[in-house]
Structure formats: structure tokens, C-alpha cells
Ligand binder design. Structure first.
Ligand code: NAD
Length: 407
């Protein structure tokens, strides 16, 4: 499985949108030990734009099968919409290509199981892109928990406020059929952080409550004139000059999200947050119980003006609190008033410095320098919690995670 040390790895990006190019394309191209030789995206306009962004002048493909037939790849990074992760990963693995699949691994437990089977059969690396594990604040938090600073953990909580999450209501993420719903698309990050901090006990029960309470027609934050409709996109909306949530697509990225790109697949990135059709939530709370009795609660809210993840962990020796935004961890020992504060230095790169760490780890795993510690099994367990949360919300009942594995 290990590749000669001096070899420059040849890789591809499958799904050349924002994440594929910004988090992976650019940073892999800057490395000496890896390069991007091929790009694959069904949208020709986005594909051409992506190719121009890289210095490696990669080959471009609208067909994955064709790319896998033509190219000799050591690895592929999968950053297509979530519903395509399973088929793209299985196709690449079946051709003997190592894969990094951005989160979520797949939108269902059974999809994750198919990827696990394909990776075993191929004998190749399949790594899940849980970049939060590479965030300096969370790495320190994990170290403190592992060092036993708060003893045996029995309670864990995360509250996520994400300003950028409102844009989910404009894109494919808003459809259950494409993202698996936001408990999977977004929550899979957070459920993995719980699993990872706790050293992977099995989740057994999940309940979730969620709703769309602000980003719907009743929440339009300005007066609507009779006969003048809101939307359907910001660029075509009569109220774009007064809407506080206007998305100025022309300032963001001309070619990838241009009308020519949208003409090919109907994917417009500035669909109105309020009037868009959607079947997901803009806020919710999910609670999880693990086999070892640990209780976890995850709140996610995309109706906010700032972005943070705030953690609290309680153990039988003390309490830990962390803020990713403030890059601060506070330790409160149980029998002392001596609070310890850690301020974690800024790191460069996307997601507070987490993305470069993810890229570097993946390349080193493919080169055989590191063990893969973000496995497809880990991906499956976070999807399992997300799928159970989605089911709980829809069926208004507590879900035993085992149910998802019985079929
Ligand atoms: N880890 C993180 O922090 C993080 C952050 C953002 C997105 N993501 C993940 O990255 C992935 C991409 O998200 P994004 O925001 O870049 O989306 P995007 O819409 O910007 O890009 C998706 C691209 O995939 C292409 N595509 C559509 N169908 C495809 C298919 N069948 N095969 C290959 N490509 C296809 C689209 O044309 C588009 O160019 C998602 O899985 C998302 O969950 C992860």
C-alpha cells in the first residue's frame, strides 16, 4: 500500500465547486509531493473555471468513468454534493484509487457501508474529511480530555451558530434528497467531534427537534408590495437593494456561478432564502445517548449574525468549555476555584487552519507515512447519528440507532 517516498502523487478533484477548489485544489497544487492532474464535474462551465484556477493545467472530464479510464491516479478528493459521495467513492475505489471523501461520508448508513465494503475490497485508503479534528482548539480540547483533566466525561454539549448556514437555503443543501438533511450535511461534523472526543463509544439513542422558523416567506424582513414578488433569486429580485440578506453573486465568483453555468444544470447559488422550496431546518436541537451512558446535545442555528461553536464537557473531576471563535478553552476543576484558561493562537488556512491540516494528513496517509485515523467507520457513525436525528424529527419519536442497521 505504501508509495515510494520521492514519488509525486497524481490526484483528481471530483466535484469542482467551492470546497473542491478552495480547500483542496489550491492547496494540493502548492505541494511538492502531490499535484492535481485531473478535474471532474458534470458542469462544463464550472469545470473550465476550475481548471483555470490551478497552475498544474489538469485534464478536464465531465464523465467520472472516462476520467477513471484515462488517468493513472494515486488519489481522488470527492467534493461533489453529498448525495453523490457514495457512487463517486465506490467508482474510484473500484478502480484502485485512494479517496478522501469530504463529510458526510454518505447520506445514509447503507451508503456508508457500501463505501466501507468497496475500500476493503480495493485494499485502498478511504478517508473521511473531518477537518474539525484538525482545528487547533479542538486538538487541544481532545488532549485535555485524553489527559483526564476533567476525569470521566458524562455530559457533552455543542452549540453551533453559523451565519454562513443561511446560504444552505439557496443551494442543493436545502433538499433532503441531495444532502440527507442538515443533521447529516452539517451535523455530521459535530456528531463526529462528539464521537472523537469521547473515543468512539457507540451512539444508541437519538432524539431531535428542528424547524424552519425564520428563513421562510413569513420571515421576509421588509414590506412586500402587492403584485411584486420576492425572489426567485437575489439577482432577479425587485427588493435586492433593501434585503439585508442579499447575496451579490456577481461579486463572488463570475464564472463558476454565472448564468452560463446555471443554464447547464439549473444550479443558481442566489435563490431567495425566504421563498425557496426546501425540506430542511434552519435551527434545531439533537440529543444523543451513548452505550457508556454519556449524554450529548447538539444545537445548530443558521439564523444568526456571527459564527461560533461553543463546547461544554462535564466530567467527574471538572468542566471544560471552549469557543472556536474566541480560540479559548477554560478548565474549571470540580473542587477548586482556580480556573485555567488556554488561549490558542490563530492558524492560517480555511476553517481556522483546519483545512491545511486535513490535506496534509491525507497526502501523508496515501504516502504511507501516517495511519488513517479518520476512517470510513467513523464517517458511518456520524452519519448514523445524523440520519437518526432526521428520522426522529420527521417521525416525532426517539430513534434507536440500531434500527438503521437492521435493514
Ligand atoms: N468539511 C467542510 O468544512 C465542508 C465545507 C463545505 C462543503 N463541504 C462538502 O464539500 C462538498 C461540496 O460542497 P460545496 O459547498 O463545494 O458545493 P458546490 O455546490 O460549491 O460544488 C459542488 C460541485 O459538484 C458538482 N457536481 C454536481 N454533481 C456532481 C457529480 N455527480 N459528480 C461530481 N461533481 C458533481 C457541481 O457541478 C459543483 O461544481 C459537499 O459534500 C459538502 O458537504 C465540506
Amino acid at each position: 500500500m505504501s508509495i515510494e517516498k520521492e514519488k509525486v502523487l497524481s490526484g483528481a478533484i471530483i466535484g469542482c465547486g467551492s470546497r473542491g477548489m478552495m480547500a483542496f485544489g489550491e492547496s494540493i497544487s502548492k505541494r511538492k509531493d502531490a499535484r492535481i492532474v485531473a478535474l471532474c464535474d458534470p458542469n462544463r462551465v464550472r469545470l473550465e473555471h476550475a481548471a483555470c484556477q490551478l497552475s498544474d493545467t489538469p485534464h478536464s472530464y465531465t464523465s467520472l468513468d472516462e476520467m477513471l479510464k484515462q488517468e493513472e491516479l494515486d488519489f481522488a478528493v470527492i467534493t461533489s454534493p453529498d448525495c453523490w459521495h457514495e457512487s463517486n467513492a465506490v467508482a474510484a475505489l473500484d478502480c484502485g484509487v485512494n479517496v478522501l471523501i469530504d463529510k458526510p461520508l454518505a447520506t445514509t448508513v447503507s451508503g456508508c457501508q457500501n463505501i466501507i465494503t468497496a475500500a476493503k475490497k480495493a485494499g485502498k485508503t478511504a478517508m473521511i474529511g473531518f477537518n474539525l479534528r484538525h482545528h487547533a482548539v479542538l486538538k487541544r480540547l481532545k488532549q485535555l480530555v485524553s489527559d483526564g483533566v476533567i476525569g470521566k466525561v458524562f455530559l457533552i454539549e455543542n452549540r453551533e451558530f453559523y451565519d454562513g448556514g443561511r446560504t444552505y437555503m439557496s443551494r442543493w443543501n436545502r433538499f433532503y434528497s441531495q444532502s440527507g438533511g442538515l443533521w447529516i450535511h452539517k451535523g455530521s461534523h459535530d456528531f463526529d467531534v462528539f464521537n472523537w472526543l469521547l473515543d468512539f463509544p457507540k451512539p444508541v439513542k437519538v432524539s431531535a427537534f428542528a424547524g424552519i422558523d425564520a428563513l421562510r416567506p413569513e420571515g421576509i424582513p421588509f414590506e412586500v408590495k402587492p403584485g411584486t414578488q420576492v425572489g426567485p433569486t437575489c439577482s432577479r429580485c425587485a427588493y435586492r437593494n433593501i434585503c439585508p440578506d442579499v447575496y451579490n453573486i456577481e461579486n463572488i465568483d463570475e464564472s463558476s456561478w454565472s448564468s452560463q453555468a446555471a443554464e447547464q444544470d439549473g444550479y443558481e447559488k442566489d435563490v431567495c432564502l425566504y421563498t425557496s422550496e426546501k425540506d430542511t431546518h434552519d435551527n434545531g436541537i439533537a440529543i444523543v445517548e451513548y452505550e457508556n451512558g454519556v449524554k450529548a446535545s447538539h444545537l445548530e442555528c443558521f439564523v444568526t449574525s456571527y459564527t461560533d461553536r461553543l463546547y461544554t464537557l462535564v466530567g467527574d473531576r471538572g468542566q471544560l468549555e471552549a469557543s472556536l471563535h474566541d480560540r479559548r478553552i477554560i478548565v474549571r476543576p470540580r473542587w477548586s476555584q482556580e480556573v485555567v484558561t488556554y488561549d490558542i493562537p490563530e492558524e492560517s488556512g480555511g476553517h481556522g487552519g483546519a483545512d491545511p491540516g486535513l490535506v496534509d494528513t491525507f497526502i501523508r496517509v496515501v504516502k504511507g507515512e501516517l495511519e488513517n485515523s479518520s476512517t470510513t467507520e467513523h464517517g458511518m457513525w456520524s452519519t448514523a447519528i445524523g440520519q437518526a436525528a432526521e428520522l426522529s424529527r420527521r417521525e416525532n419519536r426517539m430513534i434507536k440507532v440500531k434500527e438503521l442497521f437492521d435493514n
